[in-house]
Design a protein around this ligand. Structure first.
Ligand code: KMT
Ligand code: NI
Length: 180
């Protein structure tokens, strides 16, 4: 995992978009916006991921293969949806089994994008209410375990005036102490 501020230069979302020179983001900064990170080697990951899932009360999971081969007809649509800035009403865990990609999360209160480059063994906890998006990198494939606390609530709420006042968003802002 490597985290840095996204340069906002228009162009291919799959490119790194790292400032020159790079503006790295520390684990402490990620912690402040409620994003947690672990590295769990893929070899023998099951017991560790199971333990974490149990500890945080996760009951469901699936595996997604984000690639042309993995998604077929829905590939282009999914790639677009994943990259729309959105929030969810539930916390979610992503554990990368293979491949690589970028999760972009909004820093508050700066509203800057932080890009988190993930690869196999990386595990991210994405809190409910945080604005985020996902893209493949130029290698064009990632396989990930998606863990969710209850029923699969996949609904992405795209950022809008409504999501700004969504109770889960407000609760998130309070939790990171920059709330209304
Ligand atoms: C998400 O939440 O955007 C995704 O699940 C993307 C695929 S997981 C690498
Ligand atoms: Ni999402």
């Amino acid at each position: 995992m490597r985290a840095y501020y996204y340069d906002n230069i228009p162009g291919d979302q799959r490119l790194p978009h790292d400032y020159v020179p790079s503006r790295p983001v520390s684990g402490e900064t990620l912690e402040k916006i409620g994003v947690k990170y672990w590295n769990i080697p893929v070899e023998g990951y099951e017991a560790k991921v199971d333990a974490l899932a149990k500890e945080r009360g996760y009951k469901n999971r699936d595996t997604i293969n984000v690639s042309k081969e993995g998604l077929g007809d829905i590939y282009e649509t999914k790639i677009k949806t994943f990259f729309e800035e959105h929030m969810h009403e539930d916390e979610e865990i992503r554990y990368i089994l293979s491949g690589s990609g970028f999760f972009d999360v909004r820093e508050t209160p700066s509203d800057e994008w932080i890009r988190i480059a993930v690869e196999s063994g990386d595990l991210l906890v994405i809190p409910a209410g945080i604005y985020h998006r996902f893209t493949l990198d130029t290698a064009n494939n990632i396989k990930a375990l998606r863990l969710f606390q209850d029923e699969p609530k996949w609904i992405p709420y795209n950022r809008s005036e409504q999501t700004d006042v969504n109770p889960h968003r407000v609760q998130y802002l309070n939790a990171i102490s920059v709330g209304a």
